[in-house]
Design a protein around this ligand. Sequence first.
Ligand SMILES: C[S@@+](CC[C@H](N)C(=O)[O-])C[C@H]1O[C@@H](n2cnc3c(N)ncnc32)[C@H](O)[C@@H]1O
Ligand code: SF4
Length: 355
Amino acid sequence: MKQKITALYNIFRRQKKIAGLPIHIQVETTNACNLRCATCHRDLLYPQPTIMKFVDFKKIYDNVLPENINVSGLGEPLLNPDIFEMIKYAKNRGTAVNCASNFTLAGDKIEKIIDSGIDQIKISVDAADAETYLKIRKKNFYDILIDNIKELNKVKKLKKSSKPVLRFNYALQQDNIDQLIDTIKLAAKLKIPGIYIQYLEYINREDRKERLVGKISADKLKNILIEAENLAKKLKITTNTNIWMRDFDTFYNKMRPEGEFIPNNNKCYFPWFSSWIDADGTVRPCPIIPWQIEEAHMGNALKENFSDIWNNDKYQSLRAALAHGERPTGPCKTCIPQSLFNIFQIRTKLLPGRN
Ligand SMILES: C[S@@+](CC[C@H](N)C(=O)[O-])C[C@H]1O[C@@H](n2cnc3c(N)ncnc32)[C@H](O)[C@@H]1O
Ligand code: SF4
């Protein structure tokens, strides 16, 4: 509770030096992956895969003691042999834990996943059939993924466990825009209560944009979002279509060439309540875009204490620039900061955490 009050105080005052520590952190427990998805910039950002050890996770966790933690970044968290020890460690200390996963490696880990106590898993599906999945995720693992979800549901029922709550992540692109409706139906069939529609980032890969989203027309996107919203309501599936509709021009501009992007006027609040930590301990300010530029390296949480980084000169000058309405670096300029209202909605409806 004290953390929440401090976070709210920091968010509203938006000063460069702030009280307390982040209420939320995202720790990239590995940047290794078993897939090579068409949209993903993991390979480009991390040519050398790293798997974080439990002892390093513990150092970071103990230093921050966050209310919420996401134990995935770019990379597949189920590839980390220490992942369940990490989740249990955080859960035993009262932290709400979630992660994103491609869930293709879950088959022999279902019991461990449930027993870890993890609150939520955001399963990246991106398709309503095997053919489209293969096109986007580059491996023929669709049936395995669906079987793993069914098995998780079955074992949850046997164990009378309400957790983990599942959510679909849907990275919207021209190869899957026509499958959004069927994926919402699939979510209902698999008893998955939410679907989060993710717009694509193109960090240093603007060359991919035309192929991934260049042919989506504004009318088509709008119509599909409206249809998706209506269907989701009918099937009682939570989505973020309302956020897309509210800021439609900004989201749509994101699909156009970079020079045509017009940022929304939302203030960025992330460096006041959240932080991202890479598998090698590098601290970055932003859980949405892991900035691959030197000036966005705030420090290293394995070499120093996170608490010394959180208010260091770099963090303070970033906050000062953002508070003055600047978009201080390249990635900030094409970012779509969520409004406080949207963050609250995503947090409570699509990322329920403790329940
Ligand atoms: C990078 S993955 C890491 C976790 C895990 N390996 C997975 O696929 O869920 C996290 C989420 O980012 C999404 N993603 C992939 N490429 C993206 C891009 N270029 N822009 C935005 N999100 C992307 C994925 O679909 C996934 O839902
Ligand atoms: S599974 Fe996740 S981390 Fe791996 S390549 Fe795909 S999006 Fe990237």
